[in-house]
Design a protein around this ligand. Structure first.
Ligand code: SAM
Length: 226
């Protein structure tokens, strides 16, 4: 039985790929990608030419079975997502769960590396001995409950947000927060427009509203101090 490597890849800056990740990407027989077009940019940067196939959260059981077949044929596989660590608000867990049940002796090896939440937490200055990660706020229903949960939490809270909802999310967080909490919002970590906003919720909203329309882009991590 072969090995499935779960490989963390950069969250922006392509230099953030570990030597080990690079070596394994060069050695495996096949790379499972969330989006093959995104991963091909990374592979071509490092001059790696390997077969790739897409694997995402809607992949059917037949695809998962085909992946298992490859492993049974002794092919070593790598799983990567578009950015960061697979399975962290990204596809992968369903595949791993299936393989662990079907093939308990299969070797599944993590190749650690970047993750937006850990990168953001590491510069927050907030207590990180205990923290809670909530993924993305729900898109439609149960948003109020989500932000109330953040407000009630007695631990550092981290969540992800996209450009499409960041302003709405910060406004809703402001309405939910019952006492003054320090907040860090990290935008575009490791990329050209990397910006870290620090302050209370009103100050953060003010700073983000100051961004000119053409610069209002990016990916965000929000951290609320306990
Ligand atoms: N698996 C990834 C990880 O380990 O970080 C997370 C994938 S999740 C689909 C994508 C979200 O992560 C983005 O919407 C954003 O909230 C956050 N994110 C990813 N890259 C980021 C970056 N460079 N700067 C800030 N946030 C980022």
């Amino acid at each position: 039985m072969a090995t499935l490597y779960i490989i963390a890849t950069p969250i922006g800056n392509l230099e953030d790929l570990s030597f080990r990740a690079l070596r394994i990407l060069k050695e495996v027989d096949l790379i499972l990608c969330e989006d093959t077009r995104v991963t091909k940019k990374l592979l071509s940067h490092y001059k790696i030419s390997k077969p790739t196939i897409s694997y995402h959260q809607h992949s059917k059981l037949t695809k998962i079975e085909r992946i298992l077949e490859q492993l049974k044929k002794d092919k070593n596989l790598a799983l990567v997502s578009d950015a960061g660590t697979p399975c962290i608000s990204d596809p992968g867990a369903k595949l791993i769960d299936y393989l662990v049940k079907e093939q308990p002796d299969l070797k599944i090896i993590p190749i650690p590396g970047p993750s937006a939440l850990i990168s953001a937490l590491s510069i927050s200055g907030f207590s990180a001995d205990k923290f809670i990660f909530l993924g993305f706020p729900p898109a439609k229903k149960k948003r109020k409950k989500f932000f109330q949960e953040v407000s009630n939490m007695e631990k550092t809270v981290i969540f992800y947000e996209s450009i499409h909802r960041i302003k709405k999310t910060l406004e809703e967080l402001k309405n939910a927060l019952e006492n003054e909490r320090r907040i860090v919002v990290c935008r575009e970590l490791t990329k050209k427009f990397e910006t870290v906003y620090r302050g209370d919720i009103e100050e953060i909203i003010e700073q983000i509203n100051l961004l000119p329309k053409e610069e209002f882009k990016g990916e965000f991590v929000v951290i609320v101090e306990k």
